[in-house]
Design a protein around this ligand. Sequence first.
Ligand code: AKG
Length: 264
Amino acid sequence: MEEFQIPAPSVAHQDQLDKHGYVVLSECIPEVVLEQLIREVEFLWEIEGELAGCEFKQEKNARRLANLVEKSRRFDQVVTHRDSLALVGHVLGTFKLSSLNARSANPMSASGQPLHCDGGYLPDKKGPKVANVVWCLDDFTLDNGTIRVIPGTHLAGKLPQDVLDHPEKQHPDEELIKAKAGSLIVMNAHLWHSGVKNRTHRPRRALHAYYCRRDQPQQQFQQALLSAETRQVAKGLLRYVLALEEAPLEGERQGASSVSGFLQ
Ligand SMILES: O=C(O)CCC(=O)C(=O)O
């Protein structure tokens, strides 16, 4: 990774991630890039229709897309964004992309998600296994289906579904994240979190650049899911992040894993 010149994250951001389990990089995506990414995901939702997201999981009350590195070269910049990689590296040490998905909380959605840890994972002896970078394509507000987090729970060593009677209900310590479109939310993905109800008449869209420690299986095994053409054009940092040169780990050969934080 050293050869790719990833900048060191600020001490304040490292502290925030260590203590609270997430940090918001405010409005760091240029508007023109944001507009292109929004056009791209809306185009994909239109052409994929009812199948959208099916390579991994579909979800009631939300539109999803999966396997996005395959679907447009515009997403290369998302999975190789250096400031977010610096923070992901702070959480995980050496890492690779686990998957790139999109999620849009439907307008006036009837329910939010239960609190969960991504992948349903707890850290192991080596530390955290997963981190997530949420690209806010729209403003995340208190009423449009933002993400709630329970700060500090990345250190709890417990999964919310094992200790809460109702992980879908409001939690006394929850914080609703407010962020402008073009912001990135970098999370230690062991943090208890979930998307909440969208009470507005507009969708709330995001990309999820999800990373795992390099010794962990990818959620969507890129060597199986990317076409020969995509694999061939992926060079340098992108190739490294996709782990295209590595022998598959146990459980990676099939393509997409069925493991998710909460989706059945
Ligand atoms: O609302 C979001 O975009 C995040 C949702 C989430 O935590 C998930 O789908 O695992």
